[in-house]
Design a protein around this ligand. Structure first.
Ligand code: C2O
Ligand code: CU
Ligand code: CU
Length: 491
């Protein structure tokens, strides 16, 4: 992909940023020294804010990713193929943007999997550069996890297999290529996985894909004059932001709602932007699921913050609205998705009172592992270390409950929000700065936002042995080494 090569442009971008006074340093320090607090006297700032521009004019119909059909089905076994390739995508009428996609030019098809199935996926890389396919939020053996160790070289294939062991959830897949995750995701590599199970089915939630059950990946991009993704021009080592909002790859998207209740599966698939989703008239909505599955009960909220990598399933009630009326899903002041009432809204059930039966996660005061997130830009670290593929940072065993404490250590600039993500498992947040997490964070999570200075404790255990990553999901931070690995051995 020639249009997207930040490696070639990184040096240029950084020196431009320095010339613009974004970074005033006397040279790059080793990250470890940096992490130990040598910021005195330096005038550094985190990220130059790039504001989203509100689109004007006509709305475009929201693209709905196709459901991926298996190549083969045999009892419980399903075989799928995902092809990573370069392509051209028309985001604005009459112009083509060079993009990346799975089985298509931008984003990827949705995999709909059911608990208990045995899945094999053939990954075929038709791009000119290496990639990996990571199953974010999926409980997979480490050999299938698609971390930086599991490269699919250009022109080659790799098969991965796993059994669907977890409960109903909205999870996703994306590349995890060493040093190239940010660029490849920006280019378009990301897709949804919807996991189904009996509990979810029994709750009678809206489940007609693309009709009343709609996946919505929200991303921000910047374009050049020639309508190409301007990743190099906007590259920021603290997280690249764009001024144009895309919902499922659609700029200025509208969706025709035909039912009283609409289930939206929100995914923050952006490299770095944080969204605060709200409805334009301020009406509350119900959050029914967090990253790893259904909450015990729906939680009524007016706004939900999602940092990169996080998901939330929400239910919006449009009951009582008439044909021709609309409601906007917004973030800050920008429209994410216009919801047009198309005709008489059909009744499609009611909000269940109970959704799940997760045991309460209790903080007993112990901490088994501590992680300190620190630094900025190209000098980010976890526990003072920058990622090294050949170093195992932590070791643990399967089926062992552990309490992890993550601390986002502020710096001279005040620090910034990091989103801490752990592979191969789901966890339960115990406390945020010693207090119980909000109701909508009491279900399964695999990615958690930490404000500067904040301390989060969660309860976790691993089902699968092997090597798993944990990292900041601001993708440029991940690429810059704000990542570590834990090796789990079978008990
Ligand atoms: Cu969504 Cu390690 O990533
Ligand atoms: Cu992941
Ligand atoms: Cu970060």
């Amino acid at each position: 992909m020639k249009a997207l090569n930040p490696k070639r442009n990184l040096r240029k971008t950084l020196s431009l940023a320095m010339a613009a006074g974004l970074f005033v340093t006397s040279g790059w320090m080793p990250a470890k020294a940096f992490a130990q607090g040598m910021m005195g006297g330096m005038n550094m700032m985190h990220s130059a804010d790039v504001k989203l521009v509100q689109e004007q004019g006509d709305y475009r119909p929201l693209r709905i990713p196709a459901i991926l059909e298996p190549d083969e089905t045999n009892g419980n076994a399903r075989h799928y193929t995902l092809i990573m390739d370069e392509g051209q995508t028309e985001f604005r009428e009459g112009s083509q943007t060079a993009t990346l996609g799975y089985n298509g030019s931008y984003l990827g098809p949705t995999l709909v999997l059911t608990k208990g199935e045995d899945i094999k996926v053939t990954l075929r890389n038709q791009m000119e550069e290496e990639t990996t396919v990571h199953w974010h939020g999926v409980l997979v053996p480490s050999i299938a996890d698609g971390g930086p160790h599991q490269v699919v070289n250009p022109g080659t294939e790799r098969d991965v297999s796993f059994s669907v062991k977890q409960e109903a959830a909205t999870v996703w897949y994306h590349p995890h290529t060493m040093g190239k995750t940010a660029e490849q995701v920006y280019g378009g590599l990301a897709g949804f996985i919807l996991i189904k199970d009996d509990n979810e089915l029994s709750r009678n939630l809206p489940a007609e894909y693309g009709v009343d059950d709609v996946p919505l990946v929200v991303q921000d991009r910047s374009f050049t004059q020639g309508m190409q993704f301007d990743y190099p021009g906007n590259f920021n080592p603290d997280g690249t932001l764009g001024n144009t909002l895309l919902a499922n790859g659609t700029i200025h998207a509208a969706f025709d709602v035909t039912t009283e209740l609409l289930r939206l599966r929100l995914l923050n698939g952006s490299n770095a932007r944080i969204y605060n989703f709200q409805l334009s008239d301020g009406r509350p909505f119900m959050q029914i699921a967090s990253d790893g599955g259904l909450l015990n009960e729906p939680v009524a909220i007016q706004s939900i913050r999602l940092t990169p990598g996080e998901r939330a399933e929400i239910m919006v009630s449009l009951k009582g609205m008439n044909s021709g009326e609309y409601l906007d899903l917004i973030s800050e002041d920008t429209t994410v998705l216009r919801l047009n009432v198309a005709g008489d809204l059909k009744p499609n059930g009611s909000m269940p009172v109970t959704l799940n039966q997760l045991a309460t996660a209790v903080d007993n005061g112990t901490v088994d592992r501590r992680f300190v997130l620190f630094g900025m830009g190209a000098m980010v670290s976890i526990n003072g270390d920058v990622f090294d593929m050949n170093r195992v940072d932590e070791r643990g065993i399967t089926d062992q409950d552990e309490v992890w404490e993550i601390y986002n250590r502020p710096d001279m600039m005040g620090g910034m929000v990091h989103s801490f993500h752990l592979h191969g498992t789901q966890f339960r947040i115990l406390t945020r700065d010693g207090a119980l997490p909000p109701l909508n964070e009491r279900g399964w999570k695999d990615t958690v936002a930490l404000d500067s200075g904040e301390r989060v404790r969660f309860l976790v255990s691993f089902d699968e042995p092997g090597l798993f990553m944990y990292h900041c999901h601001i993708l440029e931070h991940e690429d810059n080494g704000m990542m570590g690995q834990i090796e789990i051995t079978a008990k």
